[in-house]
Write a protein that binds this ligand. Structure first.
Ligand code: NDP
Length: 332
């Protein structure tokens, strides 16, 4: 018999979803070969979708929510990990078909876990979280396409959000001129503090426009999708690229192929959930070198687990700035 611990569980009965704090024991966790004491998790847009019952995120019920966590290994059947190792897990089905990070303990597959670089604390790992690790994947996408600081300005859409904030910060540290697009111009000081050289109103990008616009951006990181992504593509300079990871405006793509076939623009798809381990290791290594921890500190909104159902609605409404870190061990 093992002791009980706390988790945030999503359940569904007769099409009615409920979210409840439950006490469970290790025997009730899902299969895996590593047991982790979770110290921190985070709130991402996808967590907002899962907790508010958006279809298609949670694939089996009941399900512990939370698409990521950092923690300390308690027990491992795989010699790659030992008691006391500090680890992080992003995606790989957490909160979809495997119990997630909103829990004091997690049992997972060793193949899905990554040891944290020494200079990233457990809290910083979740200040980065899935949004920040995805921002790094977006930056790597642009770099691998060959985009360099001297090529011109980089546009970041959804800039005050999680992916956007981290992308602005990393790109500016790497020497890029970053233009932040936001619906919250009152966050201009925050965004320039993260390194944006200028800030534009997102309404400049969100309405239907011509298939090809003036060539403005060397590249872009887009977490918004829909008309914003279409207009962004239409403004990319010859041979540039957009790393696209999100759908905060919508999942549609109401545009033309013209930027691709007349300007050789690339649309780089970014998926963090099933990204292979070598890509994850590369991203976390780069995060440990290229993310300014003082700027990361500016992005943090601290939360207890109790407050997460409330914040879930706020993140979907675009009312969360930066990154919400869930201190799993703290109570309200
Ligand atoms: P956040 O809510 O923190 O950020 C999204 C930002 O988008 C908001 O802060 C807001 O920024 C902007 N926004 C919101 N609504 C609209 C709208 N209607 N039109 C235009 N802009 C809008 O979410 P995350 O950073 O956690 O995630 C961002 C997106 O990336 C989500 O769609 C998420 O699902 C996706 N994502 C995808 C991943 C992948 O693996 N592909 C991994 C992680 C995230 P502002 O106020 O500055 O305009």
């Amino acid at each position: 018999m093992t002791d009980k611990f706390r988790a945030l569980m999503i359940d569904k009965e007769e099409d009615e979803q409920s979210v409840n704090f439950v006490e469970i024991s290790e025997d009730e966790l899902m299969e895996g070969n590593v047991l982790v004491e979770v110290t921190h998790s985070s709130l991402n847009y996808k967590d907002g979708l899962a907790l508010t019952g958006a279809p298609g995120v949670v694939k089996s019920f009941p399900m512990i929510a939370g698409i990521d966590f950092s923690g300390i290994v308690k027990d491992s059947e795989d010699e790659k990990f030992s008691h006391g190792d500090r680890v992080v897990l992003n995606g790989y089905g957490l909160s979809e078909n495997h119990f997630g990070g909103y829990s004091e303990r997690a049992r997972v597959k060793s193949d899905h876990l990554l040891k944290l670089p020494d200079n990233i604390s457990n809290k910083q790992a979740m200040a980065i979280g899935t949004a920040g690790y995805t921002a790094m994947l977006c930056v790597l996408g642009l770099e691998d396409w060959g985009i360099k600081p001297e090529d011109g300005e980089i546009l970041v859409t959804g800039a005050s959000g999680g992916v956007g904030s981290v992308a602005v910060s990393i790109l500016s540290t790497l020497g890029f001129q970053v233009v932040a697009s936001t619906g919250r111009l009152n966050e201009t000081e925050y965004l320039t503090g993260l390194g944006a050289t200028s800030v534009i109103d997102r309404s400049e990008l969100s309405e239907p426009s011509r298939p090809l616009g003036k060539e403005i951006w060397a590249g872009a990181v887009d977490s918004v999708g829909s008309q914003t992504l279409v207009n962004t593509l239409a403004q990319i300079k010859y041979g540039g690229a957009v790393s696209a990871c999100g759908l905060a405006q919508g999942m549609d793509l109401p545009g033309t192929v013209i930027p691709f076939i007349l300007r050789g623009v690339a649309l780089i798809g970014i998926d963090s959930v099933m990204a292979p381990m070598d890509k994850r290791e590369r991203a976390w290594e780069r995060l440990s070198n290229d993310l300014d921890t003082a700027k990361l500190e500016e992005m943090i909104v601290d939360s207890t687990l109790e407050n997460i159902p409330n914040l879930a609605h706020k993140i979907l409404a675009g009312k969360v700035r930066g990154r919400v870190v869930v201190n799993i061990l703290e109570n309200n």
